[in-house]
Design a protein around this ligand. Sequence first.
Ligand SMILES: NC(=O)c1ccc[n+]([C@@H]2O[C@H](COP(=O)([O-])OP(=O)(O)OC[C@H]3O[C@@H](n4cnc5c(N)ncnc54)[C@H](O)[C@@H]3O)[C@@H](O)[C@H]2O)c1
Length: 335
Amino acid sequence: MNQTNAKKLIIKTFKNYGLNNQHATICANALINAELVGAHSHGLARLVSYCNRIKKKVINPKPQIKIKKISPSITHVDADNAVGFIGADLGIKHAIINAKKTGIGFVGVKNSGHFGLSGYYAEKAAHKGLIAFCFTNAPPAIAPHGAKKTLFGTNPICFAAPTGTKIPFVLDASISMINRGRIRRAAKLGEKIPVGVALDKNGNPTIDPKKALSGLQLPIATFKGSGFAWMVDILSGVITGANHSGKVRDPFDDFSGPQNIGHLFIVFKPGLFIKNYTKRIKENIKRVKKLPKIKGVEKILYPGENKAERYKKNLNKKINIPTKILNEIYSLNKS
Ligand SMILES: NC(=O)c1ccc[n+]([C@@H]2O[C@H](COP(=O)([O-])OP(=O)(O)OC[C@H]3O[C@@H](n4cnc5c(N)ncnc54)[C@H](O)[C@@H]3O)[C@@H](O)[C@H]2O)c1
């Protein structure tokens, strides 16, 4: 399907489920971006879950969002259980405004939902010449180090910085070996998952996505990954007023209430301590890229470059939506 039609379909679907045009467009832009950067697990495959949650009244299609200015740098957003993209869009916008005015913008968002790809928000700041950290928590997927039970989400850590080129540095990584969306998509499409990323509920390694979803995902670098997940839970859950410590509900099978996910956006000017940021960052990247490469590696990439290349390649291509997912979306528009 071409991009314009895919975007129209998403907007129409969200509007059928009660969103206004502005909110539906914010959501559609985020989902299309995910497809373009090749993160299909966070693209159209997710639409059905947002609509199911609206239908079950655990996402609010008509949120009354409250924006509380705490100081010229600090803002607190209560997203009133809107689709996650909407609270996150406001969060990063306010963080950018505050940073431009004062040097730093610090924005917490509570009562939000799954906001898709952290990098999508961080790069908005980087494209405006600002450095950004974005954090969000997510439903239980990995066990804290030493525990038998899942509690932390795949809680991505995201950092973006301008590079003096069109492509910002965007390190955007979940703290799990692979992100949960990939496992869900594999389960939906009957595919296997890689070895070494998950255990079944009995603690045995599995490549079956369904067994992985009812078991546990493995964090990156054992206790270090678990520590990063905990840090993100504190930053996005504890301090924003959102759910934390395993209380974020699973978006796919827990309809007992809203997710109340939290996000934190920290945005600042790169030249707070120096005058020649662009020269310094270019020098920094150049030195890394000039290093001798190991066999099989053509060029050293900085984080974000691979996604930017995929985005450019896909920009004029049709979006490949698996028939199963497309049929699900069509049926959302029938009911
Ligand atoms: N909202 C949520 O609850 C949630 C939860 C988990 C993940 N996510 C999102 O899922 C997405 C995917 O996460 P992921 O952990 O699978 O990311 P990933 O493994 O695809 O990439 C992680 C990072 O490594 C970089 N990278 C990849 N290959 C590279 C290379 N060869 N050289 C240099 N850098 C390279 C990427 O640019 C990226 O910054 C992220 O956008 C994340 O925000 C969202």
